[in-house]
Design a protein around this ligand. Structure first.
Ligand code: ADP
Ligand code: MG
Length: 256
């Protein structure tokens, strides 16, 4: 029997969880805005990647491409080896629901529902039965330090606690990758740091995470940092583990 894997753990040396090749995005506004100008990026299972860049540099657009929330103007996006351009909208939605967890600056919690149900709703599209949904939601809440607050309403929690609920909801389906767009943007510095510390702890447990952050001090401690300027990746400190990982296939296009 194989050990059950924690969320986001893909075997080293296997297909990368995320690959962008020559991705461009031009918003068809008047005049058109070139937000991404040819981005190449590979993320392997188990990585924690910080993305930094000034306002308007293309960070959110990049996250939308990685999360398949929007399609690129040109270039290729692969999630766990699957070229998303080959999928219609329904199959793409299913892939997104099963393999990608999102964390946003706004927490997007349903205020009328309990904390536990908010997290369990992360499994609505996974074909998991109600009792099992709640059991897994309870486990995810425990993981983020809120195991005893499942019956509370989101409005009874602090901002930092609400973001922890949103993180639990992102994790509950055991996605291949978690994408966070400035998850500390609505929080004070101390609370924000505790949220980034939680992401670090989840990374230690094997979860694959890409996080956009403004906090250079925190990003400096992350294993891999990518900087984006004006739609270009201008630096990428590739993590040691990735560089040292043996057996990465040299033909990523073979699986799609
Ligand atoms: P960041 O997250 O780094 O602040 P964004 O990815 O949101 O940057 O934006 C990159 C550029 O694309 C900016 O010039 C922004 O104004 C523009 N942009 C973003 N979304 C749209 C849109 N839907 N339509 C037109 N332009 C957009
Ligand atoms: Mg943004």
């Amino acid at each position: 029997m194989r050990e059950p894997s924690p969320p986001g753990t893909a075997a080293r040396g296997a297909v990368p969880v995320l690959q962008l090749e020559a991705v461009t995005k031009v918003y068809p506004s008047q005049p058109p805005v070139p937000a991404l100008r040819g981005v190449d990026l590979t993320v392997h299972g188990g990585e924690l990647v910080a993305i930094l860049g000034p306002s308007g540099s293309g960070k959110t657009t990049l996250l939308h491409m990685m999360g398949t929330l929007d399609r690129p103007t040109a270039g290729t996006v692969r999630i766990t080896g699957i070229d998303v351009a080959t999928l219609g909208d329904r199959r793409l939605s299913a892939l997104r629901a099963q393999r990608i967890g999102f964390i946003f600056q706004q927490f997007f919690l349903a205020e009328h529902a309990s904390v536990l149900d908010n997290v369990a709703d992360g499994l609505l599209y996974a074909g998991v039965r109600g009792a099992e949904r709640r059991r897994r939601a309870q486990d995810a809440l425990t993981l983020v330090g809120l195991g005893d607050r499942g019956h509370a309403r989101p409005t009874q929690l602090s901002g930092g606690q609400r973001q922890r609920v949103a993180i639990a909801r992102a994790l509950v389906g055991a996605p291949a990758i978690v994408l966070a767009d400035e998850p500390t943007g609505n929080l004070d510095t101390v609370t924000g740091r505790s949220i980034l510390a939680l992401l670090d702890q989840l990374h230690e447990g094997g979860t694959t995470i890409v996080v956009i952050t403004h906090d250079h001090d925190v990003a400096d401690r992350m294993p891999r940092r990518i900087e984006i300027r004006d739609g270009h990746l201008v630096s990428d400190t590739t993590s040691d583990t990735t560089a040292a990982a043996p057996g990465h296939g040299s033909a990523p296009g073979a699986i799609s």
